[in-house]
Design a protein around this ligand. Sequence first.
Ligand code: OXD
Ligand code: MN
Length: 587
Amino acid sequence: MTKNQSVLKWIEEMKALVTPKDVVWIDGSEEQLEALRKEACTTGEMIKLNQEKLPGCYLHRTAVNDVARVEDRTFICSRKEEDAGPTNHWMEPQKCYKMLYDIARGSYKGRTMYVIPYSMGPIGSPFSKIGVELTDSIYVVLNMSIMTRTGDKVWESLGDSSDWVRGLHAKCDIDAEKRYICHFPEDNTIISVNSGYGGNVLLGKKCFALRIASFLGKNEGWMAEHMLILGVQNPKGEIKYISAAFPSACGKTNLAMLIPPEVYRKKGYKVWTVGDDIAWMRIGPDGRLWAVNPENGFFGVAPGTNAKSNPNALECTHKGTIFTNVAENLDDKTVWWEGLDKNPPENGVDWKGNPWNGKTSTEKGAHPNSRFTAPAKNCPCVSPEFDKGTGVPISAIIFGGRRAQTTPLVYQSRDWNNGVFVGSIMASETTAAATGAVGVVRRDPMAMLPFCGYHMGDYFQHWIDMGEKLGDKAPKIFNVNWFRLNQDGHFIWPGFGDNLRVLEWILARCEGKADAVETPIGFVPKAEDINLDGLDMSRETLQSILNVNKEQWAKEAEGISEFYKKFGDKMPKTLKEELNGLQGRLK
Ligand code: OXD
Ligand code: MN
């Protein structure tokens, strides 16, 4: 417990609002967590899995109407509407508080209020920030205990400071019509009602570590980004760190846990995972950009995770993991999802809780957005720096998306501001057209569209300001596209572990050790400078995905120009000049 007056006062206010039958303070002890797991199994909230095959693992099913983040019901309630910007939903804060309090009032009746103190980032690290989440869900307590550092140590670290993020979660009736995920950046407050799905209710993750933290970062001079962080160790034992932003379904967790191709492994290359989703980055005493992963676990998408696509992620899920909305195998109390293996259970239960025979059913066993919540320490390649709290120095920042054409395998921006431009135009195709035709392009700047807690024009300016402060110590900025298709609609680049070949060129560029060809969009590798040893790919094929097609890019520039109009006066002049520069070079 804590004597912190700002915490105690707020909890009293919230108790008076939601009227719980009792209050349980989460202390971080294994005994308390174990008692909660037992209770959740008794009530049916969780199912205990086969403890020999999956020790410490449990299964949970959400309501069928509550399986994903709800962007259309997510609000940024800054005092002024223009501060939320055109890419966020906005509501006037007092009106929103009233609406939420009316929904939450009395909703804990007969239920327990759990008080979860948590630290985003290692406790006591200068990067870290503290939050308190109140919830009426044991599932939330147990997930937060994996995803963040929780317990009494957090109170010690907070002391009597009032600098912490308030988070109220109330399950209410899981009524989709009254579901709201609301952020009050100026009050350090998050309120989430009528959901039990992770991304909406594990308030430390998207709500705090991205939406609230991006706002704090702008005001305090640091960055909260939707980025993985990985370290590449070369045969000399030197480790260089990269952070990378991709929209969902572009393989972020796979890249973060990459297994080097055999020829690289033999030479002694290794990849270390620091984070798979979020990076908090600050300028260190040496003037470089340093990053920590504020989370303590992985909330990964289960379908498609298998021994080939990501053996490290699969390994993470073998102990101490909570599965959400995957299929259950009743014969041996294990779990299954599409893409795990070719052996679905015959005697199973699908994610909706219905009897399910994976051999004959045409229905999916696991929801496409089913998840595993696994402790980071389970990861075979977790970085030794993970828990240190000093962060890792970032050499390169990578942006990427899924593009059938147009964007080459990799290119380097001309400088920092041009790199900010590259991030601001990030895009992915919503449909991977089998014919190779270009799908519908959705722009998702820096993969932050659903997560930026303030006006995106101001966010771009913040990136530009950070570059100014970093000066010549700034990381180099690159863009990658693993998803170019050939005329038959097949991926040209093998992806997965072979992406290390591209990372090697990127890191060589950072050290001034690799050549490049200048194009209108930036610097692309010479085909002979990407290592193809052990890969069945000709230099000509590689060249075909390094080429920059001026006509396609002229069309792209038109789309960017249209997209930029959205941000009105807040669109930084620097980025408009970057666009003009690109258009000029394309002529
Ligand atoms: C996530 C997401 O869950 O980006 O990480 O949606
Ligand atoms: Mn994410």
